[in-house]
Write a protein that binds this ligand. Structure first.
Ligand code: MN
Length: 712
């Protein structure tokens, strides 16, 4: 039995590229995690700490920075031992705590959702959630070690983890150019998911390898000879096909096992770019290259930064695929974005040329967008991944919705269905009630609460970010405004006609048409709608209809103020076109009048409001209103209370309002000195009687010296 790996073994490895101080920080994280996981065991029977240590080792092989290694040591601490993020920040700094927190969040997602069908979105979400790409690197290493030690897990769990690895994590590794990690994840995932198929293929591969050995060695020898003859440095590697890729080629490309395996593949690793081209010349002189198979990815790197020369030769009666690249190209081809950190951390180890090249990696991805080839899609993805401008949230059933960043629950509701958006009244984010305007974040579960008959709120337009939500809301409001303006306009017109002693049903179509033409509108409905919107006066339209001779002076008809006898009934729930004035805050029971506000419908004021016009002409334009009898809605009213300052008087005030079944919307102390204070209260009541009850309760408080209703 081999000895359990130790942190000292790791420290030794780290000494090749990290200084003592940093190695000690990694050690400290190890001991902290060891203590935190004390007593926990893995399914295999190993101490739990062996897992984070192994994860850190994987990252050490990639030569990642000390913070990533510390995060690897601590990556299960928040999730499994309940130590809070703050505690980690205090011990190891904000950066490390953020990394650990990021990894924990990704881990939680695995438990919560079962939307396998949306692997693509899952990959994106995973990346979007991790602001710091190192979170992904730690998570990938975590997953790799879990896959390596999947054996003792129960069957179901093994299947789930393997599927997830193939669907989510291997493609992410691939996207980040981490070829080695990707292929290992794929092969482990494939073997757990299809153990029999994996066994069959690997047996067949081994058998073939035996029978091919001779010819492979012969080709390798010839290649080696040629390099030596020309004095070119280079090591020659035979390339193995991976189980998963063999299986996929058989399954999806309908190729036979032998077709796939009948290719002899080598890689030559050399020192400089120049050597690459020289070696290319050398191998072309050894065997004839196949036309159309040569690719120069050194001069024209692939979108993910991959560089190499590819050529296929025909010799020894077989096809020989050759890749030629430098050590650095090899490193980047295998480790992709992880190579970025390695070089960045220890610039003394590499030439400045290397440094500059790797630094350009991410930037290059963006610049290469112009190049029109199949890598375009890749770049599009990576752009989204590394610079997330999208968020991914769950429906309660686990479906993933993709939204632009800044999207709110209202955007989410409209993204699901227009009807849901239109009927939304509230929402839950991660099961807690939340505001409809709160910007969502990746990974949240959002549930929209709807109510039959609910309508979009015009205020939503100020915070929605998606075009769909915006246009849907606008559309509904427009339709609604039209319907309401027709209704209000008709009510007002009927009332005015009554003042002229006639009725709308008695007006002939011909008369209507004359008035329509005179006012240069498209239809009689438009005319009525204009009245409802406050763009036309009902009285004038009524007069035109009655006299039938617009433009002429109308005959003097009936009472001067015909409206008084037939006030319009209001309920306060009319919708967009009937609003209550914020100055005088009328409540049911108050005498009220309506003022038509051009384009916006009617504003209801208390008839004593100081904002109302005082001249006769202005007064004549007011619409007389009366309240409906059975109003249950609440209306806000402002009270001003003068009181003697005493301990607990505010609480007593609040209590008095509550005792009278009033709701306090706002309470503030406006002005006070040592003895007296003035308190401003906004209370919800359902009418004058209710208000009287509230005021009586307040007046009964001993400290209260004066109370009055405020109307501006
Ligand atoms: Mn783990």
């Amino acid at each position: 039995m081999s000895a359990e790996p130790t942190v000292e073994g790791l420290a030794q490895e780290l000494s090749t590229y990290l200084d003592t101080n940093r190695i000690n920080q990694v050690r400290r994280a190890y001991y902290y995690a060891e203590q935190a996981h004390e007593g926990q065991m893995r399914k295999s029977g190993d101490r739990y700490i062996t897992h984070p240590l192994a994860v850190a080792r994987i990252l050490a092989e990639l030569k990642l920075d000390h913070q990533s290694l510390m995060a690897a040591m601590l990556h299960d601490v928040i999730e499994d031992t309940g130590i809070p993020k703050d505690a980690l920040a205090e011990q190891f700094g904000e950066d490390v705590a953020e990394l650990v927190d990021g990894v924990s969040k990704l881990t939680q997602i695995e438990f919560r959702s079962r939307a396998e069908a949306q692997a693509e979105n899952f990959q994106k979400m995973t990346l979007a959630m991790a602001r710091d790409i190192r979170v992904i690197l730690v998570k990938l290493a975590d997953r790799l070690h879990n896959m390596r030690t999947l054996g003792p897990m129960p069957y179901e769990k093994r299947q789930r983890i393997a599927t997830e690895t193939l669907d989510i994590y291997a493609p992410i590794a691939n996207r980040l150019g981490m070829h080695s990690l990707c292929t290992e994840l794929e092969d482990l995932g494939f073997s757990s998911l299809y153990p029999m198929r994996a066994k069959y293929i690997s047996k067949a591969v081994n058998k073939l390898r035996g029978s091919h050995r001779e010819i492979i060695e012969e080709i390798r020898g010839k290649l080696q000879e040629k390099l030596e003859e020309r004095g070119l440095p280079g090591r020659i590697l035979g390339r193995e096909k991976h189980l998963n890729s063999i299986y996929n080629k058989m399954k999806f490309k309908q190729k036979s096992f032998h077709e796939i395996m009948d290719v002899y593949a080598f890689r030559i690793i050399t020192d400089t770019e120049d050597d690459c081209y020289r070696i290319l010349g050398a191998v072309h002189s050894l065997y004839k290259p196949l036309p159309g198979r040569f690719k120069d990815y050194i001069a024209m790197p692939k979108a993910n930064g991959y560089q190499s020369l590819h050529t296929t030769l025909f010799g020894m009666h077989v096809n020989i695929e050759i890749q030629i690249r430098t050590e650095e190209m090899e490193h980047i081809a295998n480790n992709g974005i992880a190579a970025h950190w390695m070089y960045k951390n220890e610039p003394s180890n590499v030439t400045s040329v290397n440094q500059a090249r790797v630094d350009r990696w991410v930037k290059g991805l963006m610049e290469m967008r112009e190049r029109a080839d199949d890598s375009l899609e890749f770049i599009e993805h990576v752009k989204v991944d590394l610079f997330p401008d999208e968020i991914y949230v769950f429906t309660p059933k686990g479906r993933i919705m993709e939204l632009p960043s800044g999207a709110t629950p209202v955007d989410f509701a409209y993204a699901i269905h227009t009807d849901i958006g239109n009927a939304a009244v509230a929402c839950r984010i991660n099961r807690n009630l939340a505001s409809l305007s709160q910007p969502l974040q990746s990974g949240q579960t959002v549930e929209i609460i709807t109510a039959p008959g609910a309508r979009p709120n015009p205020a939503w337009l100020s915070f929605v970010v998606t075009g769909k939500a915006r246009s849907s809301i606008r559309h509904v409001l427009k339709t609604q405004k039209r319907a309401e303006s027709l209704e209000l306009g008709r009510t007002l017109l009927k009332k005015s006609l009554k003042g002229f002693g006639t009725r709308l049903s008695e007006i002939s179509d011909g008369q209507k048409q004359i008035v329509v033409n005179h006012n240069q509108v498209n239809s009689f409905d438009d005319l009525i709608s204009d009245i409802g919107l406050g763009n036309r006066m009902a009285y004038l339209v009524a007069r035109q209809l009655v006299t039938g001779a617009p433009g002429e002076e109308p005959p003097v008809v009936q009472a001067e103020r015909p409206t008084e006898r037939s006030p319009v009934t209001i309920r306060g729930t009319e919708g967009l076109l009937v609003k209550f004035a914020s100055c005088c805050k009328p409540i049911p029971g108050d005498p009220v009048v309506g003022v038509m506000d051009s384009g916006n419908g009617m504003v209801i004021h208390s008839d004593t409001c100081s904002r109302l016009p005082e001249d006769d002409e202005g007064r004549a334009r007011l619409t007389h209103l009366k309240w409906a009898k059975d109003i249950n809605d609440e209306f806000s009213v402002e009270l001003r209370v003068e009181l003697e300052r005493q301990r607990g008087v505010i609480a007593e005030l609040a209590n008095a309002v509550a005792m009278a079944d009033g709701n306090i919307e706002r309470i503030s102390v406006e002005d006070q000195n040592a003895k007296f204070g003035i308190v401003s209260l906004v209370v919800h009541v359902n009418g004058r009687k209710h208000l009287a009850r509230v005021m009586r309760r307040i007046r009964n408080i001993r400290a209260v010296t004066h109370i009055n209703r405020v109307r501006h």
